[in-house]
Write a protein that binds this ligand. Structure first.
Ligand SMILES: NC(=O)c1ccc[n+]([C@@H]2O[C@H](COP(=O)([O-])OP(=O)(O)OC[C@H]3O[C@@H](n4cnc5c(N)ncnc54)[C@H](OP(=O)(O)O)[C@@H]3O)[C@@H](O)[C@H]2O)c1
Length: 326
């Protein structure tokens, strides 16, 4: 097992992506220091403690992004810090306090703690396509987004895309800090993450896909989803640590689809799904205006799960948790 004898830290471990990351790290033999906001909340800890290998190789630490020095003990002795913790909210009253400060100051807090650790080899940061795609002057229909794209903070602000702004500023601050302090940082930029949930409560994107399937309620006004499977995203984080050649940022989008295409797949898989406002046979699905390159992620060894499989596994997981019924 590749991770045997290696200690790594995962921040925000109770989250959707991080829970899968902790699971896959334990499966590969790593010892994991996992941070959660409260050790007293079983909804945030029980599913982690129940993972295979947790008894022997998982330790939980309490840490908050907004408290300086909070991550010191969790990162101590680690060879890698996977920094996933960040608020994921699309509607907020106070963007600075609810999104930007925890994302940006929180990331710097984690990196300052990491910079004190002599054993540290690399930080893998969970960024987002939100830090890639908000820019003006899009080329013609059919263009391809890739890692050379950077969201424009002033455009995010102008469009009041506060989550996008928080992720853009956090990635930027992290890259600068790593450069100034001479350590290795790799960013993973996932699109809209779907797939089975390990945690007991719904995260924003799982809720979004559930609402889409149940009632065709859109998360994005343009109805375009940059889908990627949560297991592929977690795997990409691990490959980004294990591959010494990994560098810069990696877009993680399996397929860009319209919501109608998701409904079409759901309808084909589950003709009896009572909640689904059914895709009507012959309904026209317009081609998407752009795609996202998979090429750099594939150089890491990522194999993207087909969207039909991710959608099926999402539905099965929601069914199992009684969040969707047939
Ligand atoms: N899901 C997606 O489609 C997607 C796409 C691209 C990027 N991402 C990024 O992936 C990461 C994980 O997101 P997710 O989808 O897995 O969502 P999630 O389940 O909501 O996870 C977010 C995690 O951040 C933690 N967190 C938030 N504020 C914190 C604070 N002040 N101090 C400490 N921890 C805090 C949360 O802790 P609590 O559980 O205590 O709230 C939770 O563990 C985020 O950085 C997000 O921006 C997600």
């Amino acid at each position: 097992m590749d991770g045997e004898g290696k200690v790594v830290c995962v921040t925000g471990a109770s989250g959707y992506i991080a829970s899968w990351l902790v699971k896959l790290l334990l499966d590969r033999g790593y010892t994991v220091h996992a941070t959660v906001r409260s050790l007293d909340d079983p909804k945030k800890t029980q599913h982690l403690l129940a993972l295979d290998g947790a008894k022997e190789r998982l330790s939980l630490f309490e840490a908050n992004l907004t408290a300086e020095g909070s991550f010191d003990s969790a990162v101590d002795g680690c060879v890698c810090v996977f920094h996933t913790a960040s608020p994921v909210l699309l509607s907020v009253d106070d963007p600075q306090a609810q999104l930007i400060d925890p994302a940006v100051k929180g990331t710097l807090n984690v990196l300052k703690s990491a910079a004190k650790v002599p054993s540290l080899k690399r930080v893998v940061l969970t960024s987002s396509m939100a830090a890639v795609m908000v820019r003006s002057g899009h080329p013609e229909h059919g263009f391809v987004m890739d890692e050379t794209w950077f969201s424009d903070p002033s455009l995010c602000e102008q469009k009041e895309l506060w989550y996008h702004l928080s992720k853009t500023l956090a990635e930027d601050a992290a890259v600068k800090f790593a450069k100034d302090n001479g350590f290795d940082l790799v960013a993973i930029n996932p699109g809209f993450v779907i797939g089975p949930i390990l945690q007991p409560t719904l995260n924003l994107t799982s809720e979004g896909i559930m609402e889409l399937i149940k009632s065709r309620k859109e998360v994005f006004s343009d109805g375009i989803y940059r889908l990627v499977d949560v297991r592929d995203v977690a795997t990409a984080h691990i490959l980004a640590f294990e591959n010494p050649e990994a560098n810069g940022r990696y877009c993680m989008v399996g397929k860009v689809v319209r919501s109608l295409e998701i409904m079409k797949i759901v309808d084909k898989l589950y003709p009896g799904l009572v909640h689904s406002e059914r895709y009507k046979d012959g309904e026209c699905v317009e081609p998407v205006p752009y795609t996202v390159s998979r090429a750099k992620a594939e150089t890491l060894g990522v194999k993207f799960t087909p969207e039909e499989v991710s959608i099926k596994d999402t539905v099965e997981s929601l069914k199992e948790k009684n969040l969707l019924s047939f």
